[in-house]
Design a protein around this ligand. Structure first.
Ligand SMILES: Nc1c(NC[C@H](O)[C@H](O)[C@H](O)CO)[nH]c(=O)[nH]c1=O
Ligand SMILES: CC(=O)[C@@H](O)COP(=O)(O)O
Length: 157
């Protein structure tokens, strides 16, 4: 596949105490989202983490939903899942840039967030990246959140 290199993956962290994750999903493309969710849930289970799932309309709502959960609930980390496919206008750029920037700003504030928002040109690119047996981006996002949770616990912040 042009441009796709097999990359190095860190081993999942081990935890002494249970980890609670919130998987926040924008099922704008339902089948794609379902693949991302399955991948994220499998990695969470592999690490012995609990994982709740909530849904919002689109990727632009993902940062706000995570911010609300951090204020009102008690999760150790978050997995943001969604799929943005380029259309005819520049709205694609807004949705991609603002959703990822929102997650990054929350992360810099100390939230443990894995970003599993696919930003792709077409459905075929999305399908291979959402497939747990393919590029498994949902699983990768869950792993990223777990690694940040481990660091947060290590440094007691
Ligand atoms: N075009 C896509 C969107 N657009 C919707 C926005 O995310 C948002 O829900 C709306 O602007 C209301 O605030 N969302 C996706 O997740 N994927 C897309 O391809
Ligand atoms: C990523 C989007 O917002 C996109 O799906 C919207 O499509 P369009 O740019 O054709 O309105």
């Amino acid at each position: 596949m042009a441009g796709h290199e097999t990359h190095y993956e860190l081993a999942l962290p081990k935890f002494d105490a249970a980890v609670k994750l919130l998987i926040v999903v924008a099922p704008y493309y339902r089948d794609i989202a379902d693949g991302l969710i399955a991948g994220a849930q499998a990695v969470a289970a592999q690490a012995g983490a609990l994982a709740d799932v909530v849904e919002v309309p689109g990727a632009l709502e993902l940062p706000a939903a995570i911010s609300l959960a951090e204020q009102g609930a008690d999760y150790d980390g978050y997995v943001a899942l969604g799929c943005v496919i380029r259309g005819e206008t520049t709205h694609y750029d807004t949705v991609c840039n603002d959703s990822s920037r929102g997650l990054m700003l929350l992360g810099i504030e100390g939230l443990c967030i894995g970003n599993g928002i696919l930003t792709v040109e077409n459905r075929a690119q999305a399908e291979v990246r959402a497939d747990p047996a393919g590029q498994n981006k949902g699983g990768g996002a869950a792993a990223a959140a777990l690694h940040l949770v481990a660091l947060k616990r290590r440094w007691k912040v």
